[in-house]
Design a protein around this ligand. Structure first.
Ligand SMILES: [Zn+2]
Length: 193
């Protein structure tokens, strides 16, 4: 799967979880429930970095060695090590570690359709050589359709944020903050109290 699909699907799924949480709470007749955006709870940058992380590592470092875009960055061991490291380093800022770990798991989940060296380096894998170049891959329907759907997810999310008047500039500037200003409590209409 290529970058736009990874980013688009991951961000969209995070928002979808919160939208369903809202609907579920509304159905239980909780009057004071307000819709909360996932991005309020996870750092956008950490989510992006996590959702592209395995490919950044493997496509940049491992591709020239093995001829395959999935290597150590897609293994279970690396997943556990990097998730625990990020958790330990950013323990006090859960927006960062939750975002990164969710992003990383989503990447692996979206890659499930193909070869994954789960038990590397404990198992000797025959890494399948890539037969297509980057551009040839992009012409495969399974690749470009996912890129198109991923882009649509991103466009939809941007429209939703704009519609909800999320202060995008603050969001991008304060994304790594533990308590960004746009996380102030909000009332039923979504306005800051
Ligand atoms: Zn991947």
């Amino acid at each position: 799967m290529y970058p736009l699909a990874h980013i688009g699907y991951t961000l969209f799924l995070v928002e979808l979880v919160f939208i369903f949480t809202y609907i579920f709470q509304k159905l239980r007749n909780r009057d004071r429930v307000t819709i909360q955006w996932g991005i309020r709870y996870v750092s956008l940058y950490a989510l992006l970095l996590g959702s592209l992380g395995p490919d950044i590592i493997d496509k940049a470092i491992s591709l020239p060695i093995t001829g395959n875009g999935r290597y150590v960055g897609h293994s279970l061991l690396f997943n556990v090590v990097i998730s625990l490291s990020v958790l330990a380093i950013f323990w006090k800022n859960k927006r960062i570690w939750i975002g990164f770990i969710v992003g990383w798991q989503m990447h692996i989940l979206l890659d499930l359709g193909g070869f994954i060296p789960w038990l590397f380096p404990f198992v000797n894998y025959e890494f399948p050589e890539r037969v297509h170049t980057f551009w040839e891959m992009l012409q495969l329907p399974s690749v470009y359709l996912n890129e198109i759907f991923g882009s649509l997810c991103l466009i939809l999310l941007i429209m939703l944020y704009l519609h909800r008047k999320i202060p995008v500039r603050n969001m991008l500037k304060e994304d790594f903050f533990k308590h960004p200003s746009y996380l102030k409590p909000i009332d039923k209409n979504g306005k800051n109290i």
